[in-house]
Design a protein around this ligand. Structure first.
Ligand code: C2E
Ligand code: CA
Ligand code: CA
Ligand code: CA
Length: 281
């Protein structure tokens, strides 16, 4: 709108950029629908290690899409597109089912207590029957509720959407774990954390990256860990890429770590070898 008032050329450039974005979105939405029908989405898993025992205690499921002509599309892009249509429910159910199937497999192959984290957006929860879908999926794969952890962002639980808050409450009472993802980047009220019986806080990668050299980040991470432990919650640090970050996190009493330093997300058949080759804690 501002651009328009400044002359015709800028208007054209602005419109072209918008046009390109729109075309890509519409194309990706159609292709995503096809990918779902063709079964070409897949799920990668990244191990999460217990800092005290060094064991792989958890894993995070991360959806993947290799577009036939555009190559790998970031889930940040196609999840956002899926959320603007009804595709998010299909994508979400596919990830949940696949992650639970693979959690059962890993639990039978040397990780008897592994807890699988699945990312959930507000739109996914905002659907009639989601509780039954989750329970049925656990049952289908013979998993106890505590084998599953749902990762939700702060904005999801901060939403003034009482229905979804009640859904999270029900799931947590059943024994399914709740984790607040990207913690520190949004606003969570302390009351809401307690009310929802959250089990875990996940420190956002942005605080971990410069942790060894940035005093402010150190204070933030220290504060999050103190808060978590005061509330009896576990803390996971995501995006750990080097030894220095790990050493600071250990010094601050962080419980779990996840990141490229240990292992990148991988296909299920590469998960066990990746855990075996991970740098020791
Ligand atoms: P997220 O939940 O914060 O996931 C962590 C992201 O950081 C993942 O990116 C992971 O591959 C990446 N990562 C892990 N360790 C490191 C590290 O050491 N360094 C760096 N630079 N990155 C690291 P990915 O897989 O591209 O996913 C991006 C986002 O897409 C996720 O962020 C999540 O918000 C969303 N997403 C992924 N899968 C799903 C899904 O199944 N459902 C929903 N709703 N969202 C998903
Ligand atoms: Ca996550
Ligand atoms: Ca995260
Ligand atoms: Ca993050």
């Amino acid at each position: 709108y501002v651009a328009k008032s400044r002359g015709r050329n800028r208007t054209v450039i602005f419109d072209e950029a918008l046009h390109t974005t729109l075309i890509r979105r519409i194309q990706l939405e159609a292709d995503l629908r096809e990918a779902l029908a063709a079964g070409s989405l897949w799920v990668a898993y990244q191990p999460i290690f217990d800092l005290r025992t060094g064991a792989c205690a958890k894993a995070e499921a991360l959806v993947r899409w290799n577009h036939p002509t555009l190559g790998p599309i970031s889930p940040l892009e196609f999840i956002a597109i899926a959320e603007q249509s009804d595709l998010i429910h299909q994508v979400g159910e596919f990830v949940l089912d696949t992650a639970c199937r693979d959690a059962r497999l890993l639990r039978e192959q040397g990780f008897p207590n592994l807890r699988m984290s699945v990312n959930m957006s507000l739109r996914q929860v905002d659907r009639a029957g989601i509780i039954d879908v989750i329970y049925a999926t656990l049952e289908r794969h013979r998993l106890v509720p505590a084998a599953l952890c749902l990762e939700v962002t702060e904005s999801t639980i901060a939403a003034d959407d009482l229905a979804s808050v009640r859904i999270f409450q029900t799931l947590s009472e059943k024994g399914i774990h709740l984790s607040i993802d990207d913690f520190g980047t949004g606003y969570s009220s302390l009351a809401r954390l307690l009310n929802l019986k959250v089990n875990q806080l996940k420190i956002d990668r942005s605080f971990v990256t410069d942790l060894p050299v940035e005093p402010d980040n150190r204070l933030i991470v220290e504060g999050i860990i103190a808060l978590a432990h005061a509330l009896d919650l576990e803390v996971v640090a995501e995006g750990v890429e080097n030894r220095e970050q790990l050493d600071v996190l250990r010094g601050l009493g962080c419980d779990h770590v996840q990141g490229y330093y240990f292992a990148r997300p991988s296909a299920i058949h590469e998960f066990i070898p990746a855990v075996g080759q991970a740098k020791s804690l």
